[in-house]
Every structure is written in structure tokens, then in C-alpha cells.
Design a protein around this ligand. Structure first.
Ligand code: SIN
Length: 279
């Protein structure tokens, strides 16, 4: 799609675009916000460079997509700030682990997971390191054989937040194949960080299918690798994209802030003969 108010330069065949000729520190016109919403749905993750944004700018841009939400985790590596909507993502020589260093979609353990997240990194490791991987779960679904798609149709899986975020964090069942609420496209909704069990299968069956799906979702052809520069931003659609932060830069500093956008509904299974029967 052609955009009038900025340039969208595709980042990879499966997902991602760099948005050029835009200044997020200034109020955006209605036409620009409409086009950003379209680009978000088209590319699943948008990247911006050289945007030295304040907390207010950060919130203003993210709110184009919906109200800001709060992290559901009880115990987190990312840190709260004075602003309840903004979390600090900071690693340095004291860090043993970083947030999000395995493939995941944010807080898929929540009943209504976040619609998206917007991460601003102002400080990057010297030379290189600290890239983030993103993968398209539309592409992962489309890459399955028809027999496997048929097998997964109507199955649900448990997404458990307790092992990562501690007692009191949600544990929720979601469909394995979901339908994006805005594009209507089918996607795989399982991830290695949170999905622990396929409902109705024995433990070895569930483990074997989940391991296959986790490996499948991480295939190189469904993913891209984003290299940060100071004051870069990634804004992802958490409903259809996975991401994974690479922690390869210790003891250097990588630092920034993230806000998340509230989801609008529980992940929904597409209407098929099997899901109709179950309803
Ligand atoms: C995350 O949001 O899971 C972390 C992403 C990153 O730090 O690159």
C-alpha cells in the first residue's frame, strides 16, 4: 500500500517496515494517524529512527492504537517508572538476565493480552548487540500443511504466567489458531515463553506438538532481526507478531522505555465447522 504522509520501507518479506519522513515529537495529523493504523495492520511491526521522544510523546503515539494498559506480571525484570503506563527496560553490567529473551508475545497469559507494545531505546551497546527478533504468526500459520491446520483447528492451549512472573499472575486458555480481530487473518497463537499445555492431549502428546510449533514459529523465513540505533522505536502488533530480545551485549548498557496498549478482546478462534460444533 502507498502512504501519503510518510514512507513505509518494508523490512522483510514476512513482516516489518521502517517508517520514514515522520516526526513523532510533534502532533500528528488525522491523516497521518489513520495511515499509521493502516501500516500497523499491514506490516505487524513498525520501526522509527532518530525519534528523541518524551514520556508524553511515547504515550501520545501509542494511544493512537488504543488506551495504554499495565503489565499483568507480579515479578518482572522490566522496572516501573513514575508513570504507571511506562516501564523501563534497562540492562547493564549488573544484569544477569533481560526481559523478553525468549520468543513470546507480551503477556499472552492474560485473559485479554495487550494489543501491542511500543519500545523506545535511547542507549544501545557500543558497536553492536541487543538486536530484537520479530516473527509473523500469520506467516507461521500459513506455512503449516493443510493436514496440520486441520488438526489444530478447535484446539486450545494453556498460557501460564506463573513460571515467569510469579504467583498471582494469570493462567488462561486461548485457541491455538486465532483470528486477528481487525484483519480477520488466521494466525498461530502459541509461544514458548507462556504456552505450557494443549488441552485434551496427554502430556507427551502436548509436549511433542508444542515443541514442533515453537520450532516452526521461530523459522528464519517468518522473522526479521531489528538492529537498534540510539532513539529507535519498535511498535508491534502483539496479536500477530512474536518477538525475542537478544542478550548478547553484557556488560554494556542498553536502555529505554516501553508502553503497552490494552487489548480489546480475548483471542478468538476463526469460525470453522469444528469451532461451531464446540460452541
Ligand atoms: C520485550 O518487550 O519483550 C523486550 C524487547 C527488547 O528489549 O528488545
Amino acid at each position: 500500500m502507498e502512504y501519503k504522509t510518510f514512507t513505509a520501507k518494508p523490512y522483510g518479506p514476512a513482516l516489518g517496515a521502517e517508517i520514514l519522513d515522520i516526526d513523532l515529537t510533534r502532533p500528528l495529523s488525522d491523516e497521518t494517524t489513520d495511515e499509521l493504523k493502516k501500516a500497523f495492520l499491514e506490516f505487524q511491526v513498525l520501526f522509527f529512527r532518530d525519534q528523541e521522544i518524551s514520556f508524553d510523546d511515547h504515550a501520545r503515539v501509542a494511544e493512537i492504537f488504543g488506551p495504554l494498559g499495565q503489565h499483568v506480571g507480579k515479578k518482572t525484570i522490566s522496572q516501573p517508572t513514575d508513570n504507571p503506563a511506562v516501564r523501563r527496560f534497562h540492562a547493564d553490567e549488573t544484569s544477569k538476565k533481560v526481559s523478553g529473551d525468549v520468543w513470546h508475545s507480551d503477556q499472552s497469559c492474560a485473559e485479554v493480552p495487550p494489543l501491542g507494545s511500543m519500545l523506545y531505546i535511547h542507549t544501545v551497546p557500543p558497536m553492536s548487540g541487543g538486536d530484537t527478533l520479530f516473527a509473523s504468526m500469520y506467516a507461521a500459520y500459513e506455512g503449516l500443511s493443510d493436514r496440520m491446520k486441520h488438526y489444530l483447528d478447535g484446539l486450545t492451549a494453556l498460557h501460564d504466567g506463573v513460571p515467569i512472573f510469579g504467583e498471582g499472575t494469570p493462567q488462561t486458555e486461548h485457541p491455538i489458531v486465532a483470528e486477528h480481530p481487525e484483519t480477520g487473518r488466521k494466525l498461530l497463537f502459541v509461544n514458548v515463553a507462556f504456552t505450557t499445555k494443549i488441552i485434551g492431549l496427554s502430556e507427551p502428546e502436548s509436549r511433542a506438538i508444542l515443541n514442533f510449533l515453537f520450532e516452526h514459529c521461530a523459522k528464519a523465513e517468518y522473522s526479521i532481526r531489528f538492529r537498534w540505533q540510539p532513539h529507535s522505536i519498535a511498535l508491534w502488533d502483539n496479536r500477530c507478531a512474536h518477538h525475542c530480545a537478544i542478550f548478547d551485549y553484557w556488560p554494556h548498557v542498553r536502555s529505554g522505555y516501553r508502553v503497552q496498549i490494552e487489548g480489546t478482546n480475548r483471542p478468538r478462534a476463526p469460525k470453522t465447522a469444528l469451532t461451531e460444533q464446540a460452541a
